[in-house]
Write a protein that binds this ligand. Structure first.
Ligand code: UFG
Length: 326
């Protein structure tokens, strides 16, 4: 299938492009390179620099590519994703994450692209009452980032009804790790996510890290999350795309491991390799205590299960950072 990947130079987007190409698909990447890297785009993918909120630019790219061969599906990765940044700057998040999706959908309607794969997040669940979220759990975000993703999910559903589109909305839990070739991984300035922050501290790239809160209502007092390898996430997109296009259906699917690990567990896992200089500090705004995915639906519908565990996630990110010195 011919696939348009918007945000395909970013972290999860670039890994998905690798999986799509490995599976024999034709890929066109559009990315504004605000956080993505040109070098992260697979050499076999076509690349266009363009912004998801720019209707004219997207329209032109899609028109040009569609005239050669029409697209079967479009994938969305072009989002702002940092929870504390969204709390400080909600306007940026609403503009990029919601207006961006509306623009992408308008272009898809104009060019008759019927299938969309959308990157959503566990943050749509907010403070999950049960700790383990199924796709039926209440959606009640506690930060602007989660709100913008939930708003986009609803918009996609209304567009799908109005224009006969299919969608696969993936709600990612905590994505980490790097590609097996160590060519691509999470590279950007000012990383805030726990896995790279802990590993950068272990490698001496950072002097010290802070654990945000040791007084949560969890077993060891630190927040619990569900960590999932980026290549497992990426492969789910190949399966999801095939499923919705062939069966003409729409789905909302969690992508997680069914298992929770605390911040303390992450530090201990990294400390199997190198010591981590850390201290305890105040809670970070917008952080729920515990978020774990039920991945039953992914297994039932797509036959998807994560293949890599926490040890492999940590090791791959560690090796990637040693190689790239970042
Ligand atoms: N944390 C620290 N110190 C740090 C960085 C993070 O203690 O230096 C803690 C956070 O307070 C939190 C946990 O580590 O308790 C995980 O934080 P991350 O920033 O790594 O990730 P989040 O859980 O905030 O968010 C991530 C993604 C979202 C997604 C969410 C789903 O960024 O897109 O996981 O669980 F929605």
């Amino acid at each position: 299938m011919k696939v348009c990947v918007i945000g395909g130079a970013g972290y999860i987007g670039s890994h998905t492009v690798y999986e799509l190409i490995d599976a024999g698909h034709e890929v066109v990447v559009v990315d504004n390179l605000s956080t993505g890297l040109r070098d992260a785009v697979h050499k076999k993918a076509a690349f266009y620099e363009g912004d998801i909120t720019d209707f004219r630019a997207l329209d032109e790219i899609i028109a040009h590519e569609s005239s050669k061969k029409p697209f079967g599906v479009a994938m969305h990765f072009a989002a702002k994703i940092v929870v504390p940044e969204s709390v400080k700057n909600p306007s940026l998040y609403y503009y990029n994450n919601v207006e961006g999706v509306r623009t992408m959908l308008d272009v898809m309607v104009k060019h008759n692209i019927k299938n969309i794969i959308f990157s959503s997040t566990a943050a749509v669940y907010g403070e999950a009452k049960e700790g383990v979220c199924t796709e039926e759990s209440e959606t009640k975000p506690i930060n602007p980032y989660g709100e913008t993703k939930l708003a986009s999910e609803k918009m996609i559903d209304w567009f799908a009804r109005a224009y006969g589109m299919n969608y696969c909305i993936f709600r990612y839990f905590n994505v980490a790790g790097a590609h097996k070739t160590l060519e691509i991984g999470l590279l950007r300035d000012h990383l805030t996510h726990i896995v790279p922050v802990t590993i950068q501290t272990a490698l001496g790239i950072r002097k010290k890290m802070t654990v945000f809160g040791g007084d949560y209502d969890t077993e060891d007092g630190t927040c619990v999350r569900d960590y999932i390898h980026v290549s497992d996430i990426a492969y789910a997109h190949v399966l999801g795309m095939k499923h919705i296009a062939e069966k003409n259906v729409s789905e909302v699917i969690n992508l997680g491991s069914n298992q929770g690990f605390s911040v303390k567990n992450i530090i201990s896992e990294v400390e199997k390799h190198y010591p981590v200089n850390h201290e305890y500090g105040a809670r970070r705004e917008g952080d729920p205590a515990k978020l774990i995915a039920s991945n039953k639906r992914a297994k039932e519908i797509l036959g998807w299960m994560p293949k890599r565990d926490l040890a492999e996630i940590i090791l791959s990110d560690l090796q990637f950072r040693i190689k790239h010195k970042k």
